[in-house]
Design a binder for this molecule. Sequence first.
Ligand code: SF4
Length: 368
Amino acid sequence: MEVMDLYSDSGLAQRSVDAVIQLAIQFKEKYGRLPVLMEVCGSHTMALAKTGIKTRLKGHVQLIAGPGCPVCVTDQKSIDAMIQLSEGENRILCTFGDMMRVPGSKYTLMKAKTDGRDIRVVYSPLDSVKIAEENPNKEVIFLGIGFETTIPILALAVREAERKKLTNYSVWMTTKLVEPVIRALLDSGEVKLDGFLLPGHVSIVLGSNSYQYLVEDYHLPGIITGFEPVQLLSSIYKILQLLLENKAEIINDYTFVVTNEGNLVAQSLLKEYLEPFDEEWRGMSAIPKSGLVLKEKYAQFDAKKRFKVSIGEPRKTKCRCGEIIRGLITPEECVLFNKGCTPVNPIGPCMVSTEGTCAAHYRYMREG
Ligand code: SF4
């Protein structure tokens, strides 16, 4: 049997669930409560729900989804800005598919497209550079969302546009960084956590050394892990072991792809093109230096500098995605869950995104 087969072996998964529950019982005996772990990766949220791990561990380990889904954390103002930008003359807007259905204050990018705006879904920011090259008489604007996994590709797209000497290409940057948001959550004291399941993909860029602040500043353990059931369970088991021994460490359980230092080429691309910015997050407002924007040297590719938009405060709704993202409530606590809000008719980004917490609950954990 191959190693990857082992990671999804159902017998081994069952034994792993039992082993995790045994440790969780010991934790409860020792501390008088359930251990609380947060995942900060939308793909982990989906994998934990889809594999049944969240359901199987319910009542033993509290697994909370944090701000790890890039679509979900993008603030409503960015959607409103993109819709406004799409209304200008000779514009082509490009974005990832999930963003099309995220409601802005008035409507979605999808609705703007059906109203005749030229809005295109691309799989990579580099596709939008090609569109700019093919349409020299139009302004092509890419909505650049994402965490450290995606941001280097945005920088690459700008480098490509620079290399091709394109004057009609720009990116509306609304990128997010993992460390500032984890710190903001922990410093807020809103949610009490015992440890983190750290994002696999983001860690490929950042490296395992980048999480030492959890240990040094918060005395919390964290484990970088993959997405297969046994892998996830093994990581939860290791975190519980650390907690029972009152140890805080960062463990790299995804050594296939994550190194101590991370991807140095991607990191140098970030440093070359981008600088920190006080980015706004859905439900959290601006967090100091929590995003990256293009340096002044690359202002010609910065849509925020090239185009004026005037957007007011976003429209308030009953959607509680802001609290979901911060791990304060579960989707079932939102009155709209599975009532007004479903994947077919989503009200908030957590139901739109294929990595959203509400979508994961709806698909795999819904009781009613
Ligand atoms: Fe928002 Fe829908 Fe989730 Fe409620 S169920 S928080 S409305 S996405």
